[in-house]
Design a protein around this ligand. Structure first.
Ligand SMILES: O=C(CO)COP(=O)(O)O
Length: 252
């Protein structure tokens, strides 16, 4: 039985004001059926205010897709934790593979952003994942472990409740090629052990999300895996019926 507890929509650079309305309405309609699942929507920065106003009275959390590691200052184009919090943002994606690849975010920057987020009281959703060549060469765990360990440096135990890890194999993102439930579980089990090593018993409870071509028709079997606690959803989070179906699969 799936027993996922957290489903996060990552709209990437998609969506408009209309989608914030239709999506929040669709989710609101389902909320009473989805009581075990925490729902988070991460729209582009410009839509955060609009979405927050739609979701104000609901149990739908707002997330950002990235955040500056700096508190304020001359960082043109960047947005700080405090600026996000002013709009009710409580989650932030950190180190998404598209940020790492297209915007040259390094492991050090990912760590600084994660620290900035949790120190501000936000939940950091730290993304890790190998590319196709790394998997083919048998280096999946080496790559994922290096990213995860680097991202978690200096994160104290008392902040563990504000940390989520998302395993997103790069080769599965936006490709329609999903990791099999077994492939995903294999990495998640190792990530679980890594969390327990760093944070102790609370590591058993920290959410581990899978992302990469999660769809309405494959979500349930992924969420049924022991160490898969939910999903980080890209393309399928842009259509109300698809995203609602994935949330329902999480509820089980
Ligand atoms: O990158 C992702 C979520 O952050 C996954 O994207 P897709 O669901 O479109 O593969």
């Amino acid at each position: 039985m799936p027993n996922a507890s957290l489903v996060i929509a990552n709209w990437k650079m998609n969506g408009n004001r209309e989608l914030t309305k239709t999506m929040s309405a669709a989710l609101r309609e389902q909320l009473s059926q989805l009581q075990q699942v925490k729902l988070v929507v991460c729209p582009p920065f410009t839509l955060i205010g609009e979405l927050a106003s739609q979701c104000y009275y609901d149990d739908i959390a707002i997330g950002a897709q990235t955040v500056s590691e700096h508190p304020s200052g001359a960082f043109t184009g960047e947005v700080s934790t405090a600026q996000l919090q002013e709009f009710g943002v409580s989650y932030v994606l950190v180190g998404h593979s598209e940020r790492r690849q297209l915007f040259s975010e390094t492991d050090d920057m990912v760590n600084e952003k994660a620290l900035a987020a949790v120190n501000a009281g936000m939940t950091a959703v730290i993304c890790v994942g190998e590319n196709k060549a790394q998997r083919d060469e048998g280096n999946t765990w080496e790559v994922v472990a290096k990213q995860a360990k680097a991202a978690l440096i200096n994160l104290p135990k008392e902040k563990a409740g504000k940390v989520v890890l998302a395993y997103e194999p790069v080769w599965a993102i936006g490709t329609g090629e999903t990791a099999s439930p077994e492939q995903a579980q294999d990495v998640h089990a190792k990530l679980r052990a890594l969390l327990v090593e760093q944070f102790g018993a609370i590591g058993e409870k920290m959410p581990l999300l899978y992302g990469g071509s999660v769809k309405a028709d494959n979500a349930a079997e992924l969420f049924a895996q022991k160490d898969i606690d939910g999903g980080l959803i890209g393309g399928a989070s842009l259509k109300e019926s698809d995203f609602v179906a994935i949330c329902q699969a999480a509820q089980g």
